[in-house]
Ligand binder design. Structure first.
Ligand code: HEM
Length: 114
């Protein structure tokens, strides 16, 4: 069995400028020009994830809805601990605890969903 260390490639400072920084703009270029073996969250080749099309539509929709509908806060002033725990799917070492409340403009809409 061949196991590719995707984490090492996707965090390699020789491939990425400040790999540990949140810089979504690094992905703004046309998709065709991106190196498919430099960033591959859905794998590569014949066994690559068949759910990619669904995932790239549903994840932004779900995330956007949560941001649009609720105000979010950390539970304290401390920054979120992004340490990784053991496991293949890179779980957070400590769970994220956040506070949220519906945005006033959406109270009526959200109450109709029950
Ligand atoms: C953000 C969401 C997702 C991520 C990051 C992800 C990532 C991956 C990765 C890395 C693989 C292994 C690819 C390889 O071996 O090269 C995989 C395989 C697979 N994924 Fe996903 N996936 C996601 C969502 C989904 C969804 C929504 C579905 C189905 C509705 C799905 C179905 C599958 C299946 C069936 C395989 C096995 C393919 C095979 O072995 O031939 N995935 N996925």
């Amino acid at each position: 069995m061949l196991l590719v260390n995707a984490w090492a490639i996707q965090n390699d400072p020789q491939l990425w400028d400040e790999p540990d920084k949140f810089k979504p703009e690094r992905f703004l270029g046309p998709e065709d020009e991106r190196d498919r073996f430099k960033f591959f969250p859905f794998g590569a080749g014949r066994r690559r994830c068949p759910g990619e099309g669904l995932a790239v539509r549903v994840v932004p929709l779900a995330t956007g809805s949560l941001i649009q509908c609720f105000d979010w806060e950390r539970e304290s002033e401390k920054m979120v601990d992004m340490s990784e725990g053991p496991g293949l799917s890179m779980p957070k070492a400590r769970p994220l605890i956040a506070k949220y409340r519906p945005r006033p403009a959406l109270m009526n809409l959200l109450s109709e969903l029950q």
